[in-house]
Design a protein around this ligand. Sequence first.
Ligand SMILES: Cc1cc2nc3c(=O)[nH]c(=O)nc-3n(C[C@H](O)[C@H](O)[C@H](O)COP(=O)(O)O)c2cc1C
Length: 224
Amino acid sequence: MTGEVNMKAHSSFLLRAFLLSLSLIPALGLAQELSPINLPAPQTDGGKPLMQVLKDRHSTREFSSEKLSPQMLSELLWAAFGINRPDTGKRTAPSAMNWQEIEIYVALAEGLYVYDAKGNKLNPILAQDVRGAAGVQAFVKDAPLNLIYVADLSRTGNASAEDRNFYTAADVGFIAENVYLFCASEGLNVVVRGGVDRVTLTKLMKLRPDQKILLAQTVGHPKR
Ligand SMILES: Cc1cc2nc3c(=O)[nH]c(=O)nc-3n(C[C@H](O)[C@H](O)[C@H](O)COP(=O)(O)O)c2cc1C
């Protein structure tokens, strides 16, 4: 009798554990299906002269669907906000109080990742093509790369709301300009965009309340 009761309790425990594991699948998203992408080491000694790059910097809204190579992606992200002083962990763009609060989400056809500057890799977020939701203009969904700049407000200390808004907006501007300059140097097309449906994208990206989408930036090869 006791054995039978134990068996029942055991099966009911297994059933509950199974149902719980099923209920966790949506919460975990599909990121499990994506693996981290280890980027090749960026080549940091090339590029056009600065004055030439400044002459060439401009926005373009036409992109080939050709993917960027892992090498190009590595260099672009390093230029954007990589670590240029490994002894201190400081970056290619300045940030107020050295908050380093801007996270670069990387929307590729195969899924959404976040740039890990220290590990020089892309960490998976969602195995879903979110490019279509990364902007409100037609070219956004077909371009091979959309960067989505998110401020992690948990890194902004005790700053007032006004200072937070001001400094995070300034900080993202430096990063976006670095991307513009890299693209001018490499002959890539690029446009920074404030036109983003932040409410929809925030939900899709499963961001926390203290993560705020600031801008997006579309990058790709010119159309041939
Ligand atoms: C904060 C900011 C938001 C922008 N938002 C958009 C946008 O949503 N869509 C777009 O096509 N261009 C956008 N742009 C690009 C500007 O339209 C562009 O920089 C401007 O027309 C000047 O052109 P140039 O970059 O070639 O000098 C934005 C630029 C900035 C700085």
